[in-house]
Design a protein around this ligand. Structure first.
Ligand code: KG4
Ligand code: ZN
Length: 349
């Protein structure tokens, strides 16, 4: 079965072709980062318009890469939510129109399920095996920070989540405070490499809360307070030190809560997904914890950490294989901009 995946939930247009026999045949991405940079964040209306411009040329590109024709497509998976409503509607419209024109079924995919299953699509290290179910997933993206228990495709239980800002959001806001560009995560991470550990005493919110929830808004405020204290005297080394203290605080919390989630569930595998999963310091910490506490940790390859069409094609294919009745020919589509992952269920068999 050849599945076309379309991702358009935020500021990346991603298309991909996944074959259930041969694996990922092609994926192509257009990032709108340069367009939104001047505004310091994503402008939803500009995002929607740009998705419209990019989606069909990217479709052509993946078909050519894979050496396939439109008529070879058996099903279309698109990101139904969560995300920006206008941006989601572009992917949904194209998926439905194309599905109708080709006479093939389509299905809406939950964006976070895409992230969650992406380490199964392609292991980070060549030759290493993808993780087996069950596992604990740490989902760390721009909009979400969640720990999930994953028992199988479509079988997810929420263990804990952020009560305010997501980890990626904290990175982006800290980047702004430090005068860095958008998206902030990679830039804060790079600057932190030059920082002296322990230079600033930043809080580790909810580290000892006894549950698996997070809170990052206070951490961002602490960065603001420290940078205000230094005022215009904030030199390059101070900025690097502040970035380092911020990254260390966030990594301490994400590491400790992931470990607590593994202990609570008794699982021995941790899967990390979402944009912040590309973070070097977080990966180093989790690798170290995995060695010391004897669990496996799995990441998607770096190019599949942030938003992409491959994870949507793959999640769509997995769902269709598990529950073929999900394939819909009712082209009266909708999108779900706010959508809780733990609400997602496969039809009972
Ligand atoms: O999963 P994603 O691409 O989009 C959402 O679904 O939100 O995640 C984007 C987030 C942004 O907040 C970005 O700053 C963060 O992931 N990010 C990183 C890194 N690369 C991307 N954060 C820390 N370190 C990175 N290397
Ligand atoms: Zn995402």
């Amino acid at each position: 079965m050849l599945v076309l995946g379309i991702e358009s939930s935020c500021d990346e247009t991603g298309l991909a072709l996944y074959d259930t026999e041969a694996g990922l045949l092609a994926h192509a991405l257009h990032s709108q980062v340069a367009m939104h940079r001047d505004y310091g964040g994503v402008v939803p209306e500009l995002a929607s318009r740009d998705h419209i411009r990019r989606v069909l040329p990217l479709l052509q590109q993946v078909l050519e890469q894979a050496g396939r024709q439109r008529g070879d497509i058996d099903a279309i998976a698109f990101t139904q939510g969560p995300g920006l409503a206008g941006a989601l509607l572009v992917g949904a419209s194209v998926a439905n129109a194309l599905g109708f024109a080709l006479g093939v079924p389509m299905l809406g995919v939950h964006h976070l399920e895409g992230h969650l299953l992406s380490p199964l699509l392609a292991p980070a290290a060549p030759g290493s095996a993808p993780p087996a179910f069950p596992f604990v997933a740490l989902l760390v993206s721009g909009g979400h920070t969640q720990l999930m228990e994953v028992r199988g495709v479509g079988d997810y239980a929420l263990l804990g989540e952020t009560l305010d800002d997501a980890a990626g959001e904290a990175f982006d806001k800290t980047a702004k405070l430090l005068g860095l560009g958008y998206p902030g995560g990679p830039e804060v991470s790079r600057l932190a490499e030059f920082g002296v550990p322990g230079a600033f005493d930043l809080p580790r919110p909810m580290l000892h809360s006894g549950n698996l929830d997070f809170s990052f808004a206070g951490l961002k405020t602490a960065v603001l307070t420290q940078s205000r204290k230094l005022g215009s005297n904030l030199c390059e080394q101070d900025r690097a030190n502040l970035a380092r203290s911020f990254v260390d605080a966030i990594v301490d919390v994400l590491g400790a809560k992931s470990l607590a989630a593994l202990k609570r569930t008794g699982h021995k595998r941790l899967v990390v997904a979402g944009g912040v999963g590309a973070n070097r310091q977080l990966r180093e910490r989790l690798d170290d914890l995995a060695r010391r506490h004897r669990f496996e940790v799995h990441y998607p390859p770096l190019d599949l950490c942030t938003d992409n069409g491959a994870m949507i094609a793959f999640a769509g294919a997995m769902r269709l294989q598990a529950a073929p009745e999900l394939a819909s020919r009712d082209y009266g589509y909708g999108v779900t901009p706010r959508w809780d992952l733990s609400e997602l269920r496969l039809p009972a068999h």
